[in-house]
Design a protein around this ligand. Sequence first.
Ligand code: PGA
Length: 262
Amino acid sequence: MNQKLLVVGNWKMELSHKASLEVAKSLKKLLRDVKLGGEVVLCPSYPTLPAVAEIFSQAKEKVSVGAQNIYHEERGAYTGQVSVLQIKPWATWCIVGHSESRSVSGESDEQVLQKVNILLRHGLRPIICIGENAEERAADQTVNKVTNQMEVLLSGLDRSSLSKVVICYEPIWAISSVRTSPMPDPQEISQTAMLIRKVVANKFDREIVERLRLLYGGSVNAQNVAQYVGEPGIDGVLVGSAATHPRDFLEIIVNARRAWSP
Ligand code: PGA
């Protein structure tokens, strides 16, 4: 395995344009004295992408910028949608299939796959979110849901594509904005990560499985991050609300780096 730890900050729609720039600048300052020892990606809203990319263009430690979604077509009469062509000058990464995007637009796993392929065609790196909701969990459907989502993805990805994507296992019920139950047990997360790798192994081989980058997402903070990235098969985290606070996000990066071993 040769991958690096990956910490992704998803700012969602939490910050104004001005506040986003303040958070970015303050994070840049904080990171000056820190050796990242991994990759860090920030995902602001579309209009803020260029400015955040500019802030980090001269940073000592490399921080990449990603979008939070794209439309599943490249161009056309799609009022209000955003194409890969419009984020490409600034974004290296793009989240797709986030449960919040899925619920707003009702998008299917097939459309998520279309987005992944569009991104790959344009040289961007997809961060693909999958995971079960509270009802599916209560009905003991986690394995089915995650397996099905992975199978749809794998139906349209070849070996080389798979080595460029990142899978984020994010149990929807664990996201901070909706979570009512305790945090997921890190061992259960690791088991689902193993399941995801097993589904990949069934279609490909061990080498591709070992190179697959897999993140955990859902209520990650500076106190709990080590438990998740310390589990085998977890290569990093997708962080939502804590990523909008520069000191918290920095602490997450530092604690994740301490706990993670490839
Ligand atoms: P959270 O969000 O860290 O606030 O739970 C994670 C996400 O939804 O990506």
